[in-house]
Design a protein around this ligand. Structure first.
Ligand code: URP
Ligand code: ZN
Ligand code: ZN
Length: 474
């Protein structure tokens, strides 16, 4: 158990406030916040010139995941260590399931991957690839015993992960009854399949065709369809990795009609664009994501959606592959390039630098987007996602003026490239604590594999009262 710590002279920023105060940590939680606090037996940490943010929460990671004929390079150790350097203190990773296999088996596989490796706290979303009596019978246990209260349905990756509309609709209805949030990868997999075959038949094999065969319309269509099905099921939906104006429009339209729909975007869609896929020497493969990078003008639409609240969160969609040996699997055939990129480390700093520093969002919105809103949507608030008495002492001491250049030569992810190589950013975590213990201290890693704890989450729409361990329905 962590000893007492007193953080002094920093400026606390939450989703709603900004003020200078001291924070006393006793063990794993915050025991007091106030002016000129003192405690004889506490270690004093000077945070002068720094902001104190609640630990960021990454709602979208794929660590140690088999995908695209290979396995993501960052596992729960390297991935969570890199996350900690970036100011992230909890992640929610996607647990893949297989048709016909008990959900509990898949969950056990994910526990085995993470248990002795994670350096920060973690939880799982559960993929739903089929919906039938067997799956339905298992779901209450998944929620009650495992605390997994979010289900992921893929509308793309035909013949791999893609589920049909009946499965999505049934999942939405079940989630409504059980108190879970349904998440969708919203792209029309059937149309992508058609366009992909057509491209290959015409000899179009370069990385740029990954983007050209997944145009914004296929994301907009699937997003609109998922929103309509959510409305029909009177359920709740979270759209992952929103990349384009067409999808934002569908989310905004549904929200305006009262549909409970939430949207996440990712750093790559805010700061990179489609031209990266045209880099020579097959380097465009480094920038292959699904949905793909878009024309540059979409970036401002996404920023405005974060500012106006039409999109609410930022996920990393961490899904990292080496360029050499993994991305190169797709030389001569873009469909064989593993989809995804390394993003877990720079997610928070990019939003701060490109968002807060450039005046696109406020500093309170920044905290809400990377931490508080995620905790609220995924049943972790107020233990996680804020700085308040009784909350877990998940804390980031952040220097807002430090300038650095992003590079694979200095990052902590296990991959051989960084998608933001050479980008100048301002603002960096100096020290990061998880439940009262330093994981990063003065930019040095001081954590330990296995110290991260599994988080059992509350049901969607339920919130816990700190200390009293009571659940209220809202
Ligand atoms: O390209 C991506 N996004 N890879 C990760 C898997 C997914 O679809 O989220
Ligand atoms: Zn996806
Ligand atoms: Zn993903």
């Amino acid at each position: 158990m962590a000893a007492k710590k007193l953080i002094k002279n920093g400026i606390i920023v939450t989703a709603s406030d900004q003020y200078e105060a001291d924070i006393l940590i006793d063990g794993e939680t915050i025991s007091s916040i106030g002016f000129n606090l003192s405690s004889a037996d506490a270690e004093v940490i000077d945070a002068k010139g720094c902001y104190i943010f609640p630990g960021a929460i990454d709602p979208h990671t794929h660590l140690d995941m088999p995908f695209g004929g290979t396995v993501t390079k960052d596992d729960f150790e390297s991935g969570t260590m890199a996350a900690a350097f970036g100011g992230t203190t909890s992640i929610i990773d996607f647990c893949l399931t297989e048709k016909g296999r008990p959900l509990q088996d898949a969950i056990k596989t994910w526990h085995d991957k993470s248990k002795d490796k994670a350096v920060i706290d973690y939880s799982f979303h559960l993929m739903i690839g089929e919906m039938n009596e067997t799956v339905l019978k298992e779901l209450p246990q998944v929620i009650e015993k495992e605390g997994i209260t979010s289900f992921k349905v893929f509308m793309a990756y035909k013949n791999v992960f893609q589920a049909d509309d009946a499965t999505l609709f049934h999942t939405l209805k079940a989630a409504k009854d059980l108190g879970a949030l349904v998440m969708v990868h919203a792209e029309n997999g059937d149309v992508i399949d058609y366009l992909t075959k057509e491209a290959l038949e015409n000899g179009n094999t370069d990385p740029i065709y990954h983007a050209l065969t997944r145009p914004p319309e296929v994301e907009g269509e699937a997003t609109g369809r998922a929103a309509q099905l959510t409305s029909l099921a009177d359920s709740q939906l979270y759209v992952v990795h929103v990349s384009c104006a067409e999808a934002v429009e569908k989310i905004a339209e549904a929200r305006n009609k009262g549909v409970e729909i939430w949207g996440e975007t990712c750093p790559q869609y805010l700061a990179l664009d489609k031209t990266y896929l045209e880099k020579p020497n097959f380097e465009g493969a480094k920038y292959v994501w699904s949905p793909p990078l878009r024309d540059k003008w979409h970036q401002e639409v996404l920023w405005n959606a974060l500012k106006s609240g039409q999109l609410q969160t930022l996920g990393s969609d961490q899904c990292s592959f080496d360029f050499e040996g993994q991305k190169t699997l797709g030389k001569g055939d873009f469909t064989k390039i593993p989809n995804g990129g390394p993003m877990i480390e720079d997610r928070v700093s990019i939003l701060f630098s490109e968002g807060v520093k450039k005046g696109r969002i406020s500093i309170n919105q920044f905290v809400d987007i990377v931490s508080t809103r995620v905790a609220k949507l995924f049943g972790m608030f107020p233990k996680k996602g804020t700085i308040s008495v009784g909350a877990d002492a998940d804390i980031v001491i952040f220097d807002p003026n430090h300038e650095r250049v992003i590079s694979a030569s200095t990052h902590h992810m296990a991959v051989d490239y960084n998608a933001f190589e050479g980008m100048k950013i301002t603002g960096e975590p100096v020290s990061v604590l998880v439940r009262g213990d330093f994981v990063v201290r003065d930019k040095q890693f001081v954590g330990k594999a296995g110290n991260g704890q599994y988080i059992k989450r509350n049901k969607y729409g339920a919130t816990s009262q700190l200390k009293q361990n009571q659940t209220l329905s809202i």
